[in-house]
Design a protein around this ligand. Structure first.
Ligand SMILES: NC(=O)c1ccc[n+]([C@@H]2O[C@H](COP(=O)([O-])OP(=O)(O)OC[C@H]3O[C@@H](n4cnc5c(N)ncnc54)[C@H](OP(=O)(O)O)[C@@H]3O)[C@@H](O)[C@H]2O)c1
Length: 258
């Protein structure tokens, strides 16, 4: 019997690494994608030890055209993807004017452009295979995120894009879902900026395992959106009910660098 194949972007660290390992342990074939090829090779060996199999593809998704090259690479290797997990992403926390322009653009390229492009490239074959697209968004998607405005906006794109595709494809056998974690203890946090751990929102963090469990549940479910953690779910809902200016000001208080 042919193994179920899942492609995970951002599999070299944090959520993507743990999710790839969890899926690999279910005897699936995992296509591991990130820039850190040595880390991916080490993960491939762990997946094989757990009874799964894996293919490593190095890709810098901040480079224009990377999604196209990745898609071609997958096809050239004869791999047929059943589940696409768009997980690669990074953020910035701090004063807007202090973020280098190249960093801001790379964030949009990885979090938005590559995700949309990969989804578009894989959807025809995923439709034919009645597959799944799982996008890792964030609770930052539900309201503006002062001091991480670009990151929040990229995740708002991911959530809106995912929910729209969910509704568009739900009757055609393709599942599309977003998982929205609040802050998670991964290398992502310190990479965002030095003031992030002092901001009130980042005092309570989810574990990677909680997010992986939510991803596994999302892969089994027919709903478009899964917010991880009940407090985060409540905050996401309340942001929709309060006036937009008030929501933005409350967010500024929770995200202000300390
Ligand atoms: N941690 C949180 O608090 C949190 C909360 C909500 C949502 N999220 C989202 O969860 C996802 C995973 O984040 P994480 O917390 O697991 O962070 P992480 O541990 O820093 O992992 C990020 C992954 O993305 C990959 N990546 C980054 N830039 C890339 C590029 N240019 N090309 C290819 N791959 C790239 C990294 O691989 P290489 O560096 O090897 O390329 C790494 O595997 C992201 O989309 C993030 O926005 C995180």
């Amino acid at each position: 019997m042919k193994r179920h194949t899942t492609l995970v972007t951002g599999a070299s660290s944090g959520i993507g690494e743990a999710l790839a390992l969890a899926l690999g342990a279910r005897a699936a074939h995992i296509v591991l994608v990130a820039r850190s090829v040595e880390r991916l090779q080490a993960l491939k060996r762990r997946i094989e030890d757990a009874g799964g199999s894996a293919t490593v593809i190095g890709s810098d998704l901040a480079e224009p055209g990377a999604a196209q090259r990745l898609h071609e690479d997958v096809r050239r290797q004869g791999l047929e993807v059943d589940t696409l997990v768009n997980n690669a992403g990074f953020g910035y926390h701090g004063l807007f004017e202090a973020e280098p322009v190249e960093h801001l653009l790379a964030q949009i390229q990885v979090n938005v452009v590559a995700l949309a492009e990969l989804t578009r490239l894989f959807v025809p074959s995923l439709l034919a295979r009645r597959g799944t697209v799982l996008n890792i968004a964030s609770t930052a998607a539900f309201q503006p995120a002062p001091f991480m405005s670009t990151y929040g906006a990229t995740k708002a794109f991911v959530l809106s894009f995912t929910e729209a595709l969910w509704a568009e494809y739900r009757e055609r056998g393709l599942r599309v879902a977003a998982v929205c974690p609040g802050p998670v203890e991964t290398p992502f946090i310190d990479a965002m900026g030095s003031g992030v751990r002092g901001a009130p929102l980042f005092r309570n963090m989810l574990s990677v395992d909680e997010v992986v469990q939510a991803c596994l549940a999302a892969l089994e479910s027919s709903s478009p959106t899964r917010v991880v953690g009940w407090r985060n779910g409540l905050a996401a809902q309340s942001a929709r009910l309060s006036p937009r200016a008030l929501t933005a000001r409350i967010s500024a208080g929770l995200l202000r660098p300390r």
